[in-house]
Ligand binder design. Sequence first.
Ligand code: SAH
Ligand code: MG
Length: 225
Amino acid sequence: MTDTMPPDLLEHALAAKGFMPPDEGELLHRVARERLPHGPALEVGTYCGKSAIYLGAAARQVNAAGGSAVVFTVDHHRGSEENQAGWEHHDPTVVDPEVGMMDTLPTFRRTIAAAGLEDQVVAVVGRSTTVAAHWRTPLSLLFIDGGHGEQPARDDFRGWAHWVMPGGLFAIHDVFPDPADGGRPPYEQIYLPALESGAYEEVDALGSMRVLRRVSGTAGDPLGG
Ligand code: SAH
Ligand code: MG
């Protein structure tokens, strides 16, 4: 078994609309490949499915070897603050003119269908806090790449970080320890609290991606310390 992206899916990932650099996507794929045999993975922040292809590729490989891997990906598909009209990361082609709001769900659906990953990647459409409040399943891998404001980042940490199983991995995107490189909330509201809780230790870092391993506690119980 190789642990790099299968060439056909790498092509889809590179072509997909979104915000996942190829090297960080490969890292995401590697951690998903390690973890998916042990339980479902969950991503917060689907957008148009770019990172979901890296995760789904790992699921396809695990399932080809007899596994039953699945990746859930949560998004209300209305965009983050920085995706709205007038902001830096706005794309007018993902606006639904009828409702006058962003809607990345159709693009996501086309992207995942074209990649052939509809069986592996399951979209959960809704607010992260709402889905988290009703979530009950331990995760082999959690990937947070959702809203980058202070409150959304804090909510994502509180809602999801405790669902990682012991030995499981927690990947966080857009972590910028140096404020000159980017916004602070994923660093201050997710990355640091995860380490300070004592439940996580850092195992990998690449670009703005950080990968932590759960070293103590029980999935679903509040994070200690
Ligand atoms: N992982 C994607 C990029 C995600 S961009 C990629 O690889 O390209 C961040 C996404 O988080 C946006 O699509 C936005 O709609 C979503 N988001 C922001 N805040 C959210 C919230 N509170 N609940 C659900 N989704 C949210
Ligand atoms: Mg990101």
